[in-house]
Design a protein around this ligand. Structure first.
Ligand code: COI
Length: 365
């Protein structure tokens, strides 16, 4: 398939350099957006068409658009990193493109081919590369967070897959996802809510999964926790993931365990990369079921020495404590050396400070 060409409609009012630089000096997460966005339209009759990069701005959606009523929507999260020579790169975009197609199939949305997905990131960055922050040092994880998403836009209240769909990519300069940076976060163990059930949409990156996590996230915040951990829906026993991140457990003997993908867990790109990097570091990664009792007992006996969360937004963030209705489980010993080591390896790769042995980087600009 020939690579799609994106028409350019440049912004008439791009952000002034001084204002953009001010934003880039303290972007937070998800608060500011670059000057342009990608748009591609899909209809049953014409397929994908109208590829364009246009000024960032509000969408016009018919109030009857299917996405507003039935949540037919998917998204991705991927970052653009500035290297020391000024070039801009992204990390394993083919994994996000593949997951986006998998999510589309589950939500009965049309699949966007991988080449167009990657080209859409390149087309946006060709305009908005000045929005990619320059890291101030090796601990700085600033980047331009890219958010591709697809919504059902047909105005029709019947419940069936939409005949009209729109794909967009927006970009937001980002610092650390958690306010404390790499400081350990506390996690709330949800006993009232489940995120996903067998046969449901757990493995898809769709808005509905995140919407389902919000009441639990609200409980977490009321308990002073930064994220929420979910157990499986069938047995209320197996650890699945956090509201927006995967989990890893470090054992004293070098085992690194993460919950096995069973269809209810998001297949994180960072999760997969950590599994690979762990092998390079001489750890023994295991993907298997891990129960909440194993977590409790392992933390109490010292068998589990660290727990960390990972995701595109969170990178690798140590978990300090698991908080439940009647319990508090300390999760870390010392300074989280394994999480810190894996995090440095990952960031060094993403920012071009170490050799890309796995061939994970793709140049955007
Ligand atoms: C990401 O890590 O990219 C996500 O989509 C998760 C969300 C917490 C921002």
């Amino acid at each position: 398939m020939p690579t799609a060409k994106f028409d350019l409609l440049p912004s008439a009012n791009p952000t002034a350099d001084a204002i953009r630089n001010d934003i880039l000096s303290n972007p937070g997460f998800g608060r500011y957006f670059s000057d342009h966005m990608v748009h591609v339209r899909w209809t049953v009759d014409a397929g994908w068409h109208g590829h364009e990069v246009r000024p960032y701005g509000p969408l016009t959606l018919d109030p009857a658009s299917a996405v507003l009523h039935y949540g037919q929507e998917i998204f991705e999260g991927i970052k653009a990193y500035r290297h020391a020579d000024g070039s801009v790169w992204t990390f394993r975009p083919e994994k996000n493109a593949e997951r986006f197609r998998r999510s589309a199939r589950r939500l009965a949305l049309p699949e966007l081919d991988d080449e167009t997905f990657v080209e859409s990131l390149r087309a946006l960055l060709a305009q908005d590369h000045d929005w990619v922050p320059t890291p101030s040092g090796e601990a700085d994880e600033c980047s331009l967070y890219l958010r591709p998403f697809m919504v059902a836009s047909e105005a029709f209240l019947g419940v069936r897959p939409s005949h009209e769909v729109d794909y967009y990519v927006i970009a937001s300069p980002a610092a650390a996802y958690f306010k404390g940076g790499v400081a350990p976060v506390s996690i709330w163990l949800s006993s009232n809510y489940k995120r996903a059930a067998p046969g449901g949409t757990g493995y898809a990156k769709c808005g509905g999964n995140y919407a389902a996590s919000l009441a639990a996230q609200k409980e977490a915040e009321a308990q002073g926790c930064g994220q929420v951990a979910f157990l499986d829906a069938a047995e209320n026993k197996w650890i699945e993931e956090l509201g927006g991140m995967n989990l890893f457990f470090v054992y004293h003997d070098g085992r690194l365990v993460t919950p096995k993908l069973t269809g209810t867990i998001l297949e994180g790109v960072t999760r997969d990369s950590v599994l690979e990097l762990a092998r390079d570091e001489g750890l023994q990664p295991e993907e298997r079921h891990i129960s909440i009792d194993e977590w409790r007992e392992g933390a109490a006996s010292g068998d589990i020495t660290e727990v960390f969360a990972c995701g595109t937004a969170a990178v690798i963030t140590p978990v300090g404590e698991l908080v439940g209705e009647d319990e508090r489980i300390r999760c870390t010993e010392g300074d989280n050396p394994v999480a810190r080591q894996l995090r440095s390896k990952l960031l060094d790769l993403q920012y071009g400070r170490s050799e890309d042995k796995h061939g994970w980087l793709t140049r955007l600009v």
